[in-house]
Design a protein around this ligand. Structure first.
Ligand SMILES: Nc1ncnc2c1ncn2[C@@H]1O[C@H](COP(=O)(O)OP(=O)(O)OP(=O)(O)O)[C@@H](O)[C@H]1O
Ligand SMILES: [Mg+2]
Length: 276
């Protein structure tokens, strides 16, 4: 069976060679962010998606109303059974709320060594709910930044990680320089929270690439960060070089916001399925 063009434009010739992407993240029962957004994104890219759930959240478009973490052991067990059976080509890591869960994920990834790791340092939800314990930041840096290929903080997370208050694009560059000292990875500081544009900064080994985009006038942006990081994992799994992968993933998010889905009473989800 042949699959038609996927979101990245690549063609999957036959299912024997289908790419596989694993999302390690929290569950969003309203379907717009977390694991659910990741699996929809992976599906839209013509890739086989898998999930390791770190936490179950009770949230919808208006906010996060509860968080129930998995035990670290059970996160590790999910990773074992996935990797021992269907090894992913790329892994995306999203919400990891505690030091013990971070330690467990890091130890399993060091054991199984997936080709690509995209780390989205989810700290606070857009609605202001803390999604990572305060003391987990250092562990995130020492354990996950050390093995990731790309790290994707938004502007608030980049401020926390760098200690720099970000007011303009120059500050984004300064923050990327500071964060790069703690990571071997490329750093993508997302500009989705800017008022006049949605330019992202990709910082790779001291090189600066501005990925420019107009700001789509649509308040339904629940899960943009999750969607972007899983789309990057997909594009890397499909074999694209980093800059191309991030550029195409950003275009996917842009188009998924532009599609104009309008669900829920708050900031609603994207239309992930638009390419299908
Ligand atoms: N209104 C918009 N128009 C165009 N692009 C946008 C818009 N909002 C966000 N983006 C893009 O979406 C991607 C995710 O950025 P954002 O800053 O929203 O991440 P985030 O804050 O981590 O998201 P989340 O709230 O899901 O955690 C970036 O590429 C950003 O430029
Ligand atoms: Mg985010």
């Amino acid at each position: 069976m042949t699959i038609k063009d996927n979101a990245g434009g690549a063609r999957v010739k036959d299912l024997q060679h289908i790419k596989k992407v694993l999302s390690i993240a929290g569950s969003d029962c309203s379907g717009g962010a977390g694991i659910q957004a990741d699996l929809k994104t992976i599906q839209a890219h013509g890739i086989y998606g898998m999930s390791v759930i770190t936490s179950v959240t009770a949230q919808n478009t208006t906010g996060v109303y509860g968080v129930c973490d998995m035990s670290p052991e059970f996160v590790g067990k999910q990773m074992d059974v996935v990797f021992e059976d269907i090894a992913p080509d790329a892994v995306k890591i999203g919400m990891v709320s505690s030091k013990d869960i971070i330690r467990e994920i890091s130890s399993k990834l060091k054991k199984y060594q997936p080709r690509f790791i995209v780390e989205d340092p989810v700290m606070v939800s857009t609605s202001g709910c803390m999604l990572m314990e305060n003391d987990a930041k250092d562990m995130l840096i020492s354990e996950l930044f050390a093995i990731a290929d790309v790290i994707t903080p938004n502007m608030n997370e980049a401020e926390v990680l760098s200690g720099i208050s970000i007011k303009d694009k120059e500050d984004m560059v300064k923050a990327a320089e500071v964060i790069s000292k703690t990571a071997k990875a490329a750093i993508l500081i997302k500009g989705g929270h800017m008022t006049d544009c949605a330019d992202d900064l990709l910082y790779v080994n001291g090189e600066i690439h501005w990925l420019r985009a107009k700001k789509v006038k649509n308040d339904n942006t629940h899960g943009t960060g999750c969607t972007l990081s899983s789309a990057i994992a997909c594009e890397l799994a499909l074999g694209k070089p980093l800059l191309r992968a991030v550029t195409d993933a950003k275009k996917y998010v842009y188009d998924a916001i532009s599609a104009g889905l309008n669900l829920g009473a708050g900031s609603g989800p994207l239309w992930h399925q638009f390419p299908i």
